[in-house]
Design a protein around this ligand. Structure first.
Ligand SMILES: NC(=O)c1ccc[n+]([C@@H]2O[C@H](COP(=O)([O-])OP(=O)(O)OC[C@H]3O[C@@H](n4cnc5c(N)ncnc54)[C@H](O)[C@@H]3O)[C@@H](O)[C@H]2O)c1
Length: 336
């Protein structure tokens, strides 16, 4: 397939090399001429294991080239993958300036293009960006979304340092789309890549990267807080976390991962409180462990607000109904 890649930084450079290695013809685009020149010499714009050899080989085969001319790239490709940067602004908001500029550039070219074109958003962007990119392309091209072109969300999960290996072995390939033609084109592109292809709603595809990365950050922080408790008690924290990870039934599993109501019962609140108190007694600062209960209370209160809003005076709590029934059942069983 003929593919153009906008942004030749980390994600763009790896995608360019790996997609070419899979037999595609790639045109890279960047506003930095130094990056364009490097690709045109068959050299990477980043330092990353294996990428030098891949680019040298694909350059020799004539499968890769780069330009700073968006017209050349879009006119000579069926799919444009956007990998431009999305840095944080001064107040932490996402700066989507480069994404929207790229969308306008692609739209300008599509004005003159007859064939159906797929635009894939590979950069990490917040929900709603896909729709906005589609609107920009419609305005600049005068063409219609899902008739003349389509915008799909296709987040990247690679990690710097293992980027090439991660490209070929992602946890899954996510395609957020509302168009069957675009889905089949994207599926073909990723057919040589390991793992399942997950076709999902566009906003799900846009959000998942943020959820994944926030959870990864939470894992690191949680393990470090466990580490500080262990250190104070003279316990081997690596041994504790090894055992923790061995439990793939409740710890590292889909269990407890369905959004819904707060946790309750007797054990979770009691044992969490005990760990919090232990840390407090040792003057340990464990803000993540300490904030779990507060977050749980927010879930409880939001349910209470919902019940109050309904204005009903009689409310049944299933736990209060089920517990006495189960207790009586157990007493009957024991006395038999
Ligand atoms: N680096 C990672 O490990 C990683 C992993 C997954 C996802 N991501 C996401 O992918 C996106 C790109 O990240 P990156 O690390 O490759 O960024 P980067 O800063 O390394 O590269 C971005 C490139 O886009 C170019 N660019 C900006 N505007 C352009 C335009 N109009 N046309 C063409 N090129 C333009 C820049 O010159 C730069 O070379 C970000 O949204 C990032 O969050 C990054």
């Amino acid at each position: 397939m003929r593919i153009s890649i906008f942004g030749l930084g980390y994600v763009g450079c790896v995608s360019l090399g790996c997609l070419a290695q899979n037999g595609n013809n790639i045109i890279g685009v960047d506003i930095e001429t130094v990056k364009v020149d490097l690709i045109n010499q068959g050299k990477p714009t980043i330092i990353e294991k294996d990428i030098d050899d891949i680019l040298a080989a694909q350059h020799a085969l004539g499968r890769i080239r780069a330009t700073s001319d968006a017209f050349d790239a879009v006119a000579n490709s069926e799919v444009s993958i956007i990998c431009v940067g999305t840095p944080s602004g001064p107040e932490g908001h996402l700066n989507l300036e480069y994404i929207y500029k790229t969308a306008a550039q692609i739209g300008e070219v599509l004005k003159q293009k007859k064939e159906f074109h797929v635009v894939a958003l590979r950069s990490t962007v917040l929900p709603g960006t896909n729709m906005k990119v589609g609107e920009i392309i419609e305005q600049t091209s005068g063409k219609q979304r899902n008739v003349d072109f389509s915008v799909v969300s296709n987040p990247e999960f690679l990690r710097e340092g293992t980027a090439v290996a991660d490209y070929y072995n992602p946890p899954y390939t996510v395609i957020g789309s509302d168009n069957d033609q675009a889905i089949s084109i994207m599926k073909e592109i990723y057919s040589p890549v390991a793992g399942t292809v997950e076709i999902v709603d566009i906003k799900v595809a846009e959000l998942i990267k943020y959820i994944n990365n926030s959870y990864h950050a939470l894992k690191v922080v949680f393990a470090n807080e466990v580490g500080s408790v262990c250190k104070k008690l003279g316990i081997n924290s690596h041994e504790v976390m090894r055992l923790f990870c061995l439990d793939t039934k409740l710890n590292l599993s889909p269990y407890y991962f369905k959004p819904g109501f707060a946790y309750g019962g007797s054990c979770l609140p009691k044992d969490l409180k005990a760990l919090q108190t232990l840390a407090h007694d040792y003057y340990l600062n464990v803000p993540v462990i300490n904030s779990i209960e507060a977050s749980n209370n927010i879930s409880k209160n939001s349910l209470l607000d919902l019940v109050i809003k309904k204005g009903k005076r009689k409310v049944v709590s299933w736990e209060s109904v089920l517990r006495p029934v189960l207790t009586i059942f157990a007493i009957v069983l024991l006395s038999m």
